[in-house]
Design a protein around this ligand. Structure first.
Ligand code: KIV
Length: 261
């Protein structure tokens, strides 16, 4: 049965599992593996669409992939990312969330930022939109943070991240993603919040974990952050399978009798 926002909000210490999925087959796989939630992350811009960052991702692209993921995982709680600038004002945020939830079938939306987006989060949650926050490394504004690097090492950075997470909770977010922050900081934020935290590169003490599907199965070779664990060398296996197909066609091995009428 599909979980609800209520199952996640105060799920402290439950070690819930989020996984990204962006299309029908990966969402089906995620659902059959028993994940607690699917995130249609704007990371799809990099791992599926080949953009250099998440910035170019449009709301139409998010919608297209959210619909496909929902078709693949009808029984799994699904969060869709609000792409860059689609929540720059409350009106835009409401309109974007409306499309992802009504047309895309998302159960909640995620947006990036701390205190600076708390007003938008408040407007969304007051309107009844479940919101997952995201602090630490925020890829949509990574360039302002000095690139894809650990956040919150310096005390003032750590303080800003903690204040951001508390502001998101206060604004009604049902949870907060902590990306690429030191383990100790993630633990402290997790202890200070009553809503659940979702870690990625944040160590073992967050209430949930999330990883990018293509990282887990080794299908994104461009960049492998230290926090990623590859459970499969999918890129190599796919390459071997496809090379064999190419060879067999060229050598007249495929199609053989078994695959012919
Ligand atoms: O876009 C995404 O996949 C994300 C996760 C990495 C948290 O934001």
């Amino acid at each position: 049965m599909r979980r609800t926002v209520k199952d996640f909000r105060h799920a402290k210490g439950q070690r819930l599992v989020y996984l990204t999925a962006y299309d029908y087959p990966t969402a089906r796989l995620a659902e059959s593996a028993g994940v607690d939630a699917i995130l249609v992350g704007d990371s799809l811009g990099m791992v599926v669409l080949g953009y250099p960052s998440t910035v170019p991702v449009t709301l139409e692209e998010m919608l297209h992939h959210t619909k496909a993921a929902r078709r693949g995982a009808p029984d799994t709680f699904l969060v869709a990312d609000l792409p860059y600038l689609s929540y720059a004002t409350l009106d835009r945020a409401l309109a974007s969330a409306e499309r992802l939830m009504k047309e895309g079938g998302a159960d909640a939306v995620k947006l990036e930022g701390g205190e600076e987006v708390a007003g938008i989060v408040l407007g969304l949650t007051r309107a009844g939109v479940p919101v997952l926050g995201h602090v630490g490394l925020t890829p949509q504004t990574a360039s302002q943070l000095g690139g894809y690097r650990l956040q919150g090492k310096r005390p003032e950075e750590a303080e800003r991240i903690l204040r951001g997470a508390l502001a998101l909770e206060e604004a009604g977010a049902y949870g907060v993603v902590l990306e690429m922050v030191p383990t100790g900081l993630a633990k402290e934020v997790t202890e200070r919040l009553s809503v659940h935290t979702v870690g990625i590169g944040a160590g073992p003490y967050t209430d949930a974990q999330v990883l990018v599907f293509h990282d887990v199965v080794g299908l994104y070779g461009e960049f492998k952050p230290r926090f990623v664990k590859r459970y499969l060398e999918g890129g190599r296996l796919f390459h071997e399978a496809l090379s064999e197909y190419v060879r067999e066609v060229r050598e007249g091995v495929f199609p053989g009798e078994d695959h012919s009428f």
